[in-house]
Design a protein around this ligand. Structure first.
Ligand SMILES: Nc1ncnc2c1ncn2[C@@H]1O[C@H](COP(=O)(O)OP(=O)(O)O)[C@@H](O)[C@H]1O
Ligand SMILES: [Mg+2]
Length: 335
């Protein structure tokens, strides 16, 4: 079993980042909000960052945050929810404008425009925009602590391979340029006009992103600075997903700091005479999975959070979740 979370933070003062990854719907955003709230109460300027427009920080803190930049909730507690689609659209526009300026033309050739559009539709582009925003925030060093609530795709760590995807993209672009030269088409003439401008502006742009991703990758694999969490629930699919992610992390040199088990029905409920058979069955089923969690993930479990009778919303409820999460030190499977 992992150390109590509050003790872990006290014992590791160099920690500056926490990442929450894993399947959606289990409590990533809730736990991210709770950790941020606790850090802020400990006197650290904390930023909670999310990109997921659904079941979001806006809901949890009951405030419209999405796409609105950074917002201060209470003293030392900041939240931010970026609109990745808007960022991609802006990036596309920027690339188009740069091409127009560089070649002194009025319209982007169809072939190139199609290429830009296709590239923007890639899920990798969405991730890239997210990581780009994260890297920018980290570089700003404006906060004492960054809590990143990752979207469910690819366990939120695909950026480790993103640098490679961008390499391929850059190669592809260079190849396209060469082909254009061979065939002497419009693109080739454009290249000729722009040849004096030196290195292709768009390539440089991509190389810059790749650098930022490399920087991000370094941070993620540095367990002195970064805590990496997964949230699981006593359910078959959630456990499977976490096991798979653990395998992937090992291959990528990412150390998992802890697993938080969320939405666990308290076992004391079984003592209640008025408990329905339905609830009894559900609790028994969860206990079966808790045994499995202890066996498979026990070394990582750093908190168990009960299922509440309502969704934890609002600062007061989040503080309650935080105090349970940060101070848990019980048994995974109760006697
Ligand atoms: N311990 C809990 N008890 C009751 N409801 C919870 C608990 N944890 C999370 N929830 C609710 O479950 C839903 C999913 O949680 P959320 O934090 O948004 O998950 P994720 O970010 O992983 O998708 C939300 O409606 C949230 O309020
Ligand atoms: Mg979420």
């Amino acid at each position: 079993m992992a150390q109590k979370m509050s003790d872990y933070y006290k014992a590791n003062p160099d920690l500056r980042i926490a990442v929450f990854a894993g399947k959606g719907g289990l409590g990533k955003t809730t736990c991210s909000a709770a950790l941020s709230d606790w850090l802020a109460r400990e006197g650290r300027r904390a930023l909670c960052f999310s990109t997921d427009p659904q079941a979001s920080l806006s809901d949890i803190f009951e405030k419209d945050i999405f796409g609105k930049g950074r917002q201060e909730l209470v003293d030392q507690l900041y939240v931010m929810e970026i609109d990745a689609d808007k960022r991609i659209a802006a990036f596309q526009q920027e690339v188009r404008q740069k091409i127009l300026d560089m070649y002194g033309i009025k319209e982007i050739p169809k072939e190139i425009d199609e290429y830009i559009t296709a590239a923007a539709a890639e899920p990798a582009m969405h991730e890239s925009a997210t990581y780009d925003a994260m890297a920018g925030l980290l570089a700003s060093q404006e906060y004492d602590f960054y809590v990143f609530d990752m979207p469910p795709f690819g366990h939120g760590i695909r950026m480790v391979s993103m640098a490679r995807i961008l390499d391929m993209w850059i190669d592809k672009m260079e190849e396209t340029r060469l082909k254009a030269q061979e065939y002497g088409d419009t693109a080739y003439q454009l290249q000729q006009k722009g040849a004096g401008a030196g290195q292709d502006e768009m390539l440089r742009e991509l190389q810059e992103i790749r650098e930022k991703l490399g920087f991000f990758q370094d941070i993620l694999t540095d367990s002195k600075r970064t805590a990496f969490y997964m949230v699981v629930a006593p359910e078959k699919m959630a456990i499977l997903d976490t096991e798979r992610a653990l395998d992937m992390f090992r291959r990528m040199d990412i150390t998992l700091t802890g697993v938080i088990v969320n939405q666990v029905y308290p076992r004391e409920l079984l003592k209640r005479k008025d408990l329905s058979q339905f609830m009894r069955d559900r609790i028994e089923m969860q206990q079966k999975y808790m045994i499995e969690i202890e066996k498979k993930l026990g070394d990582y479990v750093c908190a168990v959070i009960p299922m509440f009778d309502r969704e934890p919303k609002g600062l007061k409820m989040i503080t309650k979740v935080a105090d349970i999460m940060m101070n848990w030190s019980g048994k995974i499977v109760e006697d």
